[in-house]
Ligand binder design. Structure first.
Ligand SMILES: CNC(=O)[C@@H](NC(=O)[C@H](CC(C)C)CN(O)C=O)C(C)(C)C
Ligand SMILES: [Ca+2]
Ligand SMILES: [Zn+2]
Ligand SMILES: [Zn+2]
Length: 163
């Protein structure tokens, strides 16, 4: 029974992801898709989570690039300052992740690394809070990580405590 139960839980830890609205103009569309996908794979590798790309509007995690006031109570603030935000798991806006398109998004080099920021945001979308440790991906300020070991031991322990 325990095995079946584990598998049942495993099914529950599959998340559908839809990217909506205008993509950032800083990067080619397929680069954005690839960076978002690799940000999810950071969490999939460290847990039993799986992510499936969707095009429905009721996916678990809706991803979009927006600026300033954008329909939730957390308007963005122009260039720099807040880079992005994500809502914890739940119905409706739960899990949704917004990137401030007044930032300059990059795949490496000058600007803010979309892969790193997305991995942080998806941590929130999966239910993680901030960490006080600078080596944690869930540290509240942007650090251009070496994408090698993005997750700290604490991050891995925390995601596995949830799923
Ligand atoms: C460069 N600007 C920063 O470092 C800003 N931090 C952020 O924008 C956080 C995202 C980073 C960590 C990817 C917001 N956050 O926690 C979203 O879940 C400030 C520290 C200025 C707020
Ligand atoms: Ca901003
Ligand atoms: Zn928002
Ligand atoms: Zn955060």
């Amino acid at each position: 029974y325990a095995k079946i139960k584990k598998n049942k839980d495993r099914q529950l830890s599959s998340k559908a992801v839809t990217i909506i609205g205008r993509y950032t103009r800083d990067l080619p569309r397929n680069t954005v898709d690839a960076l978002i996908e690799s940000a999810f794979s950071v969490w999939a590798r460290a847990s039993s989570l799986t992510f499936v790309r969707s095009h429905t509007l009721n996916a678990d995690i809706m991803v979009e690039f927006v600026t300033n006031e954008h329909g939730d109570f957390y308007p963005f603030d122009g260039p720099r300052g807040t880079l992005a935000h994500a809502f914890g798991p739940g119905q409706g806006i739960g899990g949704d992740t917004h990137f401030d398109d007044d930032e300059h998004w990059t795949a490496g080099g000058t600007g803010f690394n979309l892969f790193v920021v997305a991995a942080h945001e998806f941590g929130h979308a999966l239910g993680l809070k901030h960490s006080r440790n600078r080596e944690s991906l869930m540290y509240p300020t942007y650090i251009s990580f070496s994408s090698a070991n993005l997750l700290s031991m604490e991050d891995v322990a925390n995601i596995n405590a949830l799923y």
